[in-house]
Design a protein around this ligand. Structure first.
Ligand SMILES: [Fe+2]
Ligand SMILES: [Fe+2]
Length: 164
């Protein structure tokens, strides 16, 4: 069960990684239309992904890491969401040197969370089968609802309370 999780989780991060790297290339090529399209793809992937992480996976890791570290993962999500909003603006702007440099800096700022988050699967191996089941069930639910990152953030997202 946790092996299936590791494989699924890795594949999701791989898609986000590739989307972000292609996005950086699109900005470098000053192709705002392509950048906008990639931002849409990335938002569609990360909406459900961040959501099941925040609603089920991350809270279940508090017993291992404590609340402070898990909070920092959610801080990473806050940063990624803010960056995504700015990247949408930049994609629609005049792509001068400063805009390209800013966009590439924002993409670089998101990338470490992709690899940090993927590493969490080593800890998921220590969760109970029922906890891993609950993560898969939440994942299915969030994919079914299919809210993209910014829509989710604008509507249902509440920062989880982890402590206590
Ligand atoms: Fe993740
Ligand atoms: Fe995450």
């Amino acid at each position: 069960m946790s092996e299936e999780f590791t494989i699924t989780f890795r594949e999701e991060h791989r898609q986000v990684r590739d989307g972000l790297m292609d996005l950086s290339d699109a900005f470098a090529a000053r192709d705002g239309a392509r950048a906008g399209e990639l931002l849409g793809t990335i938002a569609a992937l990360t909406g459900p992904h961040f959501r099941y992480e925040e609603e089920t996976l991350y809270p279940s890791l508090v017993q291992i890491f404590g609340a402070d570290y898990v909070d920092s993962l959610i801080d990473d999500h806050d940063g990624a969401i803010a960056s995504a909003r700015r990247l949408v603006e930049l994609a629609g702007s005049d792509l001068d040197d400063a805009a390209v440099a800013e966009a590439q800096g924002l993409v670089r700022g998101i990338l470490p969370h992709v690899s940090d988050c993927d590493g969490l699967s080593i800890m998921v191996e220590r969760l109970s089968p029922a906890e891993v089941d609950a993560i898969f069930a939440k994942r299915a639910e969030t994919l079914d609802e299919g809210l993209d990152l910014l829509t989710w953030d604008d509507t249902v997202r509440k920062r989880p309370a982890l402590a206590g």
